[in-house]
Design a protein around this ligand. Structure first.
Ligand code: AMP
Length: 188
């Protein structure tokens, strides 16, 4: 199965999507993790991406697509995968659709985690990652509202979205996801 996880910064996407991918036994593909690894390795992609990440802006679509395209070609993605933090723009969503239709493996479901903004801010402050400075956080919210939220309508029209209440404890949210996955018959 081919899954996408969407949600604002601080919604717990990383934690929950890692758990879900191991629960469903499919690889967890986070473009944020891939980009941070590229920065760490000081590769060409990393050098191009670094400033965008630090500013809380989106890395250009072509760079991200290159990473995703290469990753989906790997053997472990043959039976499905969970995408975390990708797509983040309508353009990426459309490119992903094309890529998946070439492979003959369309998206199965898009899971959206919803959390109110005050709680999101608190979670980001508590997390304290390198790109979690107040200014960067504001940028990431702004980018989410303007560039990523339009995806919800796009996937909604395709009847692919399942929204999950992401407030509450890690365990509570995990339980909501477990129920959603069961309802959609995604369990192995
Ligand atoms: P994340 O770990 O998903 O919060 O991503 C951290 C940062 O990596 C974002 O603020 C962006 O700068 C960059 N990034 C991650 N995924 C994408 C994507 N799909 N498109 C563009 N930039 C991305």
């Amino acid at each position: 199965m081919q899954l996408v996880f969407v949600g604002p910064p601080g919604a717990g996407k990383g934690t929950q999507s890692k758990w879900l991918s191991s629960f469903l036994a499919i690889p967890h593909l986070s473009t944020g993790d891939m980009l941070r690894a590229a920065v760490e390795q000081k590769s060409d992609i990393g050098k191009s991406a670094q400033d965008f990440i630090q500013d809380g802006k989106l890395v250009p679509d072509d760079i991200v697509m290159e990473l995703v395209d290469a990753r989906l070609d790997e053997e472990d993605c043959k039976n499905g995968f969970l995408l975390d933090g990708f797509p983040r723009t309508l353009e990426q969503a459309k490119m992903l659709d094309q890529l998946l239709s070439r492979r003959g493996t369309p998206l199965s479901l898009v899971l959206e985690l919803t959390v109110d903004e005050n709680q999101l801010l608190q979670r980001l402050v508590d997390r304290g990652r390198g790109d979690d400075s107040p200014e960067t956080i504001q940028n990431r919210f702004h980018v989410y509202r303007n560039q990523t939220e339009p995806l919800l309508q796009y996937y909604g029209e395709k009847d692919l979205i399942k929204s999950i209440d992401g407030s509450g404890s890690r365990e509570e949210v995990r339980e909501h996801i477990r129920v959603a996955v069961r309802q959609e018959n995604l369990e192995a």
